[in-house]
Design a protein around this ligand. Sequence first.
Ligand SMILES: NC(=O)c1ccc[n+]([C@@H]2O[C@H](COP(=O)([O-])OP(=O)(O)OC[C@H]3O[C@@H](n4cnc5c(N)ncnc54)[C@H](OP(=O)(O)O)[C@@H]3O)[C@@H](O)[C@H]2O)c1
Length: 222
Amino acid sequence: MLPPTTWMVTGANRGLGLELCRRLLADPQRFVIAATRSPEEAHELQKISRANPERVHIQKLDVTSVEEAKAAAEQVARLPIIEQNGLDCFVSNAGVCSGGPRTVTEMDMDELKDCVNANTIGTIISTHAFLPSCGREKSKAGSDWYNLHLHHELHSEGFTIAAFLPGYMNTKMAHINNNYDDESMMLDPAVAAANSLRLLDRLRPEDSGKKWSTQTGLEVPW
Ligand SMILES: NC(=O)c1ccc[n+]([C@@H]2O[C@H](COP(=O)([O-])OP(=O)(O)OC[C@H]3O[C@@H](n4cnc5c(N)ncnc54)[C@H](OP(=O)(O)O)[C@@H]3O)[C@@H](O)[C@H]2O)c1
């Protein structure tokens, strides 16, 4: 299978999303739509875009906003390369992590709402908006049940849906929660991005509907 040429990554301004964009662009065949909720503050992305002016489009997108997701999908659909090729791969990477207690009896309800809103509802909103642009293939990380439903609905149309576990990475998110503050135990996000792309490049249609550890490259049970 030839590697995809048009990619979209949400939450692309830092952490894993930024490293995925960097690594994708190392291959001159790839065009990257880098989505961030604040393009004007995404200085690293702007640098990457200046270095690859023909192959990067920075897109404003807060994944929790239905209106913004619809508008973003319309803008992306009008890009000449998307009009011509469609979107090969959609990576739902944006997410937040609660810094509060991890037990169900102690968790803070407002933090829980924020997490569900960004990680689950945000994945669904953004994926739903960009589905029409996805022609051949689609890969994402997101909520498990949503992945499975997408797989059952879309696999027969040629979509490949995969959930990725990147492992504990040394990003801003990891430092929100003190459980993961031992940096020697954390992956560099650049390494995690390389792991993810290595796995994505070897996914076959029959791998759809499965969950993967990008660190080991092995399937993990749901
Ligand atoms: N770090 C870990 O150890 C770890 C482990 C397992 C899974 N993951 C998953 O890996 C993914 C990337 O995490 P990371 O470690 O790179 O975290 P990170 O450095 O905190 O980056 C999170 C990214 O998500 C964006 N984001 C958050 N809410 C958003 C929203 N409503 N709309 C659009 N963008 C939004 C952030 O943008 P802003 O800059 O605008 O906030 C940022 O770009 C997440 O899905 C996370 O759940 C991480």
